[in-house]
Write a protein that binds this ligand. Sequence first.
Ligand code: CP
Ligand code: NVA
Length: 331
Amino acid sequence: MAVNLRGKSYLKLLDFTPAEIRYLLDLSKDFKSMKRSGVPHKYLDGKNIVLLFEKTSTRTRCSFEVAGRDLGMGVTYLDPGSSQMGKKESIPDTARVLGRMYDGIEYRGYSQQLVEELAKYSGVPVWNGLTDQFHPTQMLADLLTIEEKLGRLKGVNFTYMGDARNNMGNSLMIGAAKMGMDFVGLAPKELFPSKELVDEMKEVAKTTGATITLTENIDDVKGADVIYTDVWVSMGEEDQFAERIKLLEPYRVNAEMMAKTDNPDCIFLHCLPSFHDLETAVGRDIHEKFGLTEMEVSDEVFRSPASKVFDEAENRMHTIKAVMVATIGRQ
Ligand code: CP
Ligand code: NVA
């Protein structure tokens, strides 16, 4: 059956079928090759989008801005300090106003419920640029990168290490389940995803050939084709560094961990930003307080040939184009 996503919001990967995800990945490849060869692609000429950010961002904001302009659209950026949203105006009223002016709305913030509300009341497609629970636009970039590097998704041993119950852990488990991958969540029990989501993904896995494993044992990294990690402390949880460091130190992705995979072709991915050296203010602060020079990934692995993190970052822009064209373009 033909895929038609026109008018649909992109709030979480759970809402999309494997065929729809496949369609978005293939469309992303088209946009990547057009960008690379300098072929203009103003498919959304004359439309306008607004980007709402309640949390900071480099990749997501820039991807939406450049993608929007490459597609011929007008782009407005609003940060929480410069709009009435949530302070003097409710979310439903904000959504209704923005829906009168814009063809699509991107939102990054804390609450998944809020992004769902924006979609409910605006009447235009809303794209989730990250909430505490999910990061669905990142998923397409990650899947595209894996497919580019390994030539397939099905049957790939995808090992996620670290905070497996954050927006990335949740979303990657969903992506892997939907696309038939072998997902291994390697984390301390306290940081496993919710049982409800794991059970739901195990059901999805039965239909796609995926497998879902949650384990605390770092020896289970053996056989990984991809090791993925994310920050130990997500935006909004900055008071939890001490506890997380204690829980997650054994799960740092370093050269020993890469060697434990027993797979010389294993690649390393990270959504970024990452704490792998002392070149950031937060990194230096953590160094002062806890004596660490690197957190979730060693500088050695981050800079190694196995690390594909900058290809992955570039893919944010190509995949976001696909999401916007699929949902607000002509079919
Ligand atoms: N990966 C990602 O979402 O990066 P930003 O926080 O810079 O947008
Ligand atoms: N888990 C991270 C992802 C950043 C892209 C955070 O929410 O801060």
